[in-house]
Design a protein around this ligand. Structure first.
Ligand SMILES: CCCCCCCCCCCCC[C@H](O)CC(=O)SCCNC(=O)CCNC(=O)[C@H](O)C(C)(C)COP(=O)(O)OP(=O)(O)OC[C@H]1O[C@@H](n2cnc3c(N)ncnc32)[C@H](O)[C@@H]1OP(=O)(O)O
Length: 725
């Protein structure tokens, strides 16, 4: 709703729809009624629009896009109605003014913002464009380059920047509402024509066309197949080419294209999925609603390798005082140097920079080799090498040294949390926190509870994720947890495709065209092939512990490809050694070039093993890689390792470079249609009966058998009928 009140000469219209004053049809109706009432009342000389509870508005109610006609009809005309008012209208912006919220403010004649407010047109991030005339008004107000940047990236800008851009007229540190009413009283009677943005020309940029052409190349490159940024661009370009009314017509057309593109649905699903996973629950009944986190006043990180360095940086950025521990002075000094470099770079990117990141103060960040300094910390994150014996040794030590309430977290990407916890006297306080590299950049934090992990421990880890500005996703304990477990069959298929006749660059291209930031082979070169090699040696799949006489391409009766092991045996670890699946310009180089040596090696390998090379088309590459990953996802859901498909999707979008405009792997499966996914898996499984990853999961079969229900109903079939799976 919106509330209308009239005290003095200034009528107040307050947008009210908790928690973020989203513009629902009801809110819009009362906003329109309020404007008309103010217009008709001769004692009202000016109007002030603000939001309830310190927030202007987060924009159109995203859930309302399922009835686009009604919402579409409403907002643009209301913004025009505000602008055409004969009485000055002032927007008092507190908290956020986003999307349609900012478009309402752009219709107002004056904008005044609290210094802590944030503004933006984030529609592009949910697959849309500002559809209430924002693409036409914003360039007229702040110029094309700044408007294009805001609209095509969706970034939120702070009030201070908004003031510099001319997006707001004034910022205040205290009561925004009172300041807005003062301003409204002051401008009564002043001419409104110059304040109506629709009447202003778009400010000229020297060589506008060349500027726009260049901007378009950048927008397309960054979009990776997502339509919205390019259509946002087109709407802004229309503002530079046509009068206001025609630009608005174009904006509406483009909005309609996006609304019906399917990508908008995927991105909006992802928006709500990210919020849904905060409401975590475990099969034993623990949940976010009853578990309370314990405070983390001081933390510790053990191990200052690449992961530890990123984790320390994240904690410092979150203002959590910490102790960083290494096993000896040499490693400590190396780690300290790397951390300081990262922190300096981060400080340069931040407003307020080094003053905010107080990392030179030992009370905030202390480096040590002395385990005893961990006595008083509330939480420890162990980030050493992926080695069970080493981790158990450390956890045993921690359980003796740390205070009784301290939470003990292990940064592992696959190891058994229960086994690590068994080395302590407090398994209820042991939890997995799987960070993704680089840990100070990647948003995902996979939080893994073990058999004994307490609800408080889970709640504390989730609270930590929030403090680190990460997306925490709670999952159960199994080898590889959710993300890596789904990744194994995907990478396995990619390697099998090479055996059968494909090349790394062909496989990567297909998956990058699909929208992945990076294909599986480039990814493995980046991560280092030696990481998987070590793990396979530990599992006895290769290396000295492999029993004599084991067939080269079989393990435990299943198909196995020794290709990655053979590359490692040749010292090809990826980027770090300048060669892996590709060739790089130097050790640590980033530019991957197809490698004739590798092509030749693959041919010889196929000859050695009598594999007939065949042409593999793009469809087969895509389906075998993606459907095997999705198939594992269904198995994970059936086992109760994750409490819903949203969890898997949020993990893939935030940790594995899955293209967000495809909504995550499980959402993607729902758009392909489960019967098709099943049929394809059945086909590939028949062709490769020794590959369990292609054998359709019982849960997928069940969902197809019950008629391919919508994604939000999947879990209900599991809980009611899991015994029959
Ligand atoms: C045939 C005719 C058709 C022709 C069409 C022609 C024209 C059509 C014109 C249509 C009008 C377009 C108008 C406009 O341009 C479009 C929009 O405004 S789209 C919305 C844009 N806004 C956003 O994307 C903002 C999204 N929200 C956020 O970024 C954040 O929520 C926040 C506001 C920064 C707050 O963050 P937090 O404090 O962390 O809180 P949460 O994120 O957890 O949010 C709390 C709670 O609120 C829910 N929520 C947030 N924003 C919205 C929203 N805009 N709509 C609905 N719900 C919202 C969020 O989901 C949380 O709830 P929960 O999910 O936890 O229950």
């Amino acid at each position: 709703m919106a509330q209308y009140a009239r005290g003095s000469a200034v009528a107040v219209i307050r947008l009210r729809n908790p928690p973020v004053n989203a513009l629902s049809l009801a809110v819009l109706q009362t906003l329109e009624d309020g404007l008309k009432k103010a217009d008709a009342d001769p004692s009202v000389k000016a109007v002030m629009i603000c939001g309830e509870n310190g927030k202007f508005s987060a924009g159109a109610d995203i859930r309302g896009f399922s009835s686009p006609k009604r919402l579409g009809g409403a907002l643009g005309p209301i913004v025009s109605l505000i602008e055409s008012s004969e009485k000055p209208v002032v927007a008092a912006i507190e908290g956020v003014a986003l999307g349609g919220g900012l478009e309402v403010a752009l219709g107002c004649h004056y904008r005044i913002a609290h210094v802590k407010a944030r503004m933006g047109l984030p529609e592009v991030t949910i697959g849309l464009l500002p559809g209430a005339e924002g693409t036409q008004r914003l360039p007229r107000l702040i110029g094309v380059p700044a408007a294009l940047d805001m609209i095509t990236t969706g970034k939120h800008i702070p009030a201070t920047e908004a003031l510099k851009l001319g997006l707001v007229d004034e910022i205040v540190e205290e009561n925004t509402i009172e300041a807005a009413i003062r301003l409204a009283n002051k401008v009564i009677g002043q001419p409104l024509g110059p304040r109506r943005l629709s009447l202003k020309p778009v400010p000229k940029v020297p060589n506008m066309e060349a500027f726009l052409d260049e901007a378009l190349v950048k927008v397309k490159r960054q979009a990776r197949g997502c339509l919205a940024p390019e259509l946002c661009f087109q709407a802004v370009r229309a503002a530079t080419q046509s009068p206001f009314a025609e630009g608005v017509r174009r904006e509406r057309e483009l909005f309609q294209v996006l609304l019906s593109s399917g990508q908008a649905q995927a991105l909006q699903y992802a928006f709500f999925a990210e919020r849904a996973v905060r409401r975590w629950a475990t099969p034993s009944g623990a949940s976010w609603s009853s578990a309370a986190p314990q405070p983390v006043r001081r933390a510790a990180v053990i191990g200052l390798g690449t992961m530890g360095q990123g984790i320390v940086t994240s904690l410092v950025k979150a203002n959590i005082p910490l102790v960083a521990l290494e096993q000896d002075l040499e490693n400590l000094n190396k780690g300290r140097k790397a951390v300081m470099l990262l922190l300096q770079r981060e400080a340069m990117k931040m407003e307020g920079g080094a003053q905010i990141l107080d990392f030179h103060n030992p009370a905030h960040l202390q480096f040590t080799v002395d385990f005893d300094l961990l006595r008083d910390v509330d939480l420890v994150i162990e980030a050493v090498f992926e080695n069970m014996a080493l981790k158990k040794e450390i956890f045993h030590k921690l359980s003796k040294i740390c205070k009784p309430g301290a939470l003990l977290c292990t940064n592992t990407s696959a190891l058994n949390i229960d086994e690590i916890a068994s080395a302590t006297n407090r398994p209820q306080q042991v939890i997995g926190t799987h960070f993704f590299s680089p840990a100070h950049v990647m948003r995902l934090l996979e939080i893994i509870y073990g058999r004994h992990t307490s609800p408080t421990a889970i709640a504390t880890a989730m609270q930590l994720a929030k403090a680190l500005k990460k997306v925490g996703v709670v999952v159960g304990n199994c080898f590889g947890f959710v993300g890596n477990r789904m990744m194994f069959p995907y990478v396995q298929q990619a390697v099998f495709l090479l055996e059968e006749g494909s090349r790394p660059e062909a496989v990567d291209q297909v998956l990058e065209d699909f929208g992945f930031k990076i294909g599986p082979f480039r990814m493995s070169d980046l991560a280092g092939l030696d990481v998987g090699w070590r793990s396979r040696k530990d599992q006895g799949l290769t290396g000295p512990s492999l029993p004599a006489g084991t067939p080269a391409r079989q393990r435990h009766g299943q198909r196995y490809s020794p290709l990655p092991d053979l590359l490692c045996e040749q010292g090809r670890f990826g980027q770090k050694t300048a060669r892996g699946w590709y060739l790089y310009e130097k050790a640590g180089g980033r530019t991957a070039t197809p490698d004739p040596w590798l092509h030749n090696f693959l041919s010889q390998y196929r000859d050695t093993h009598g594999i007939q090379t065949r042409f593999i088309d793009q469809e087969e590459i895509l389906e075998r890689c993606l459907f095997s990953l999705i198939n594992e996802g269904f198995a994970i859901l059936a086992e109760g390792i994750a409490s819903g498909p949203e969890h898997l999707d949020v993990i893939y979008i935030n940790g594995y470079g899955w293209p967000e405009h495809r909504g995550g792997p499980m959402f993607y499966a729902s758009t392909v249609g489960l019967p098709r996914v099943l049929a394809k898996l059945q086909k590939y499984s028949e062709a490769h009966p020794d590959v369990p990853g292609l054998r359709p999961s019982a849960f997928l079969k069940k969902l197809v058998a019950v008629g391919n229900p919508p994604l939000k109903e999947w879990m209900s079939y599991l809980s009611q009928q899991s015994s029959k799976l």
